[in-house]
Ligand binder design. Structure first.
Ligand code: MN
Length: 306
């Protein structure tokens, strides 16, 4: 009935996350950007932190730093994170909630474990590149305490971004995107419909899953890339597996990413770097118990003094 390509699924691309440092002491897994895969839709950054014991230390400490041209998207799985920003928002975030910060033309923020805090920390932070029409917008911050949940006998789906199975997430994004948290409580098959026009990525945060009958299970630290053209994914997870499915229409604009900046040219990054280090243009964050971060110079030759 359909053309035969429907029966021949392109193999999944398995990407290994690489280790990176987050803040003062935490080592995290960075799945995006990856040398073989810069973006999935407008998703341009994907960090998986923990699970890590923070009972006897400060926990997460990321001092004030700037962003331009993106949205930061925070989804904790265990523990609590306190967000502070240059607009004056001070917002704790707990499992089941999303913090979404739209940097637009420029914002600064910090992230920390509150004191005292729960003994474990585990979560995901992603960035969403803003399209040309929005990337210079006024900065905003939104906290979403409740998201649509779809309960099945053996799994629970939480819709974080976009539309899925007749539900719509309240999170405000500016390009066609999806983010879905999948909690498989028992070892049972899950069929996830996919939008054919989207490319997708599946990250394992906890447990493991086989995908479409592939023999080798996807483990924490791995991201499966799924090219556009598929209309479903069949998962066979272990019991108590946590997954994140992200997707979007392939992003058509070429972005330049360096440190905490998403732009379209190196000159824009140079400007943001000098503005932040000169304490211009990004406001200031009050109340963070530590110093602001210094922007590292980009790895290319800076063309002009600012
Ligand atoms: Mn940040």
């Amino acid at each position: 009935m359909n053309d035969r390509n429907d029966n021949v699924l392109a193999p999944l691309q398995r990407l290994e996350a690489h280790g990176a440092a987050l803040g003062e002491s935490m080592i995290i897994r960075r799945a995006l950007p990856h040398r073989q895969r810069r973006m999935i839709g407008a998703w341009c950054f994907l960090d998986h932190f923990g699970p890590v014991l923070v009972a006897n230390n400060d926990g997460l400490r990321v001092g004030p730093h700037p962003h331009i041209g993106l949205q930061t998207f925070t989804w904790p799985l265990e523990g609590e994170i306190l967000h502070r920003d240059s607009l004056g928002y001070v917002q704790p975030i707990r499992p089941g909630q999303v913090n979404l910060m739209t940097a637009g033309r420029g914002i600064s923020h910090s992230e920390e474990s509150p004191q005292p805090h729960q003994p474990r920390l585990h979560g995901l932070q992603l960035w969403i590149a803003l399209p040309e029409s929005q990337r210079f917008c006024e900065p905003t911050f939104e906290h979403y305490p409740e998201l649509p949940v779809i309960e099945h006998a053996h799994d629970r789906l939480t819709l974080l971004v976009g539309e899925y199975l007749g539900q719509r997430a309240p999170t405000r994004v500016f390009s066609p995107l999806l983010a879905l948290d999948v909690h498989a409580r028992a070892e049972a098959e899950i069929e996830l419909p996919l939008a054919r026009s989207f490319e997708h990525g599946l990250l394992v945060a906890q447990g493991s899953t086989r995908i479409d009958g592939e023999r080798e299970a996807l483990e924490p630290g791995q991201l499966a890339y799924i090219a556009p053209g598929r209309d479903r994914l069949v998962l066979r997870p272990q019991a108590d597996t946590r997954l994140l499915l992200i997707g979007g229409e392939p992003f058509k604009e070429e972005i330049v990413m360096w440190w905490n900046f998403v732009a379209r040219s190196r000159g824009e990054i140079d400007q943001a770097t000098f503005d932040w280090n000169a304490e211009r243009a990004f406001g200031s964050v009050s109340g963070y118990p530590g110093p602001r971060l210094q922007a590292p110079l980009p790895p290319w030759k800076i063309s002009e003094p600012f």
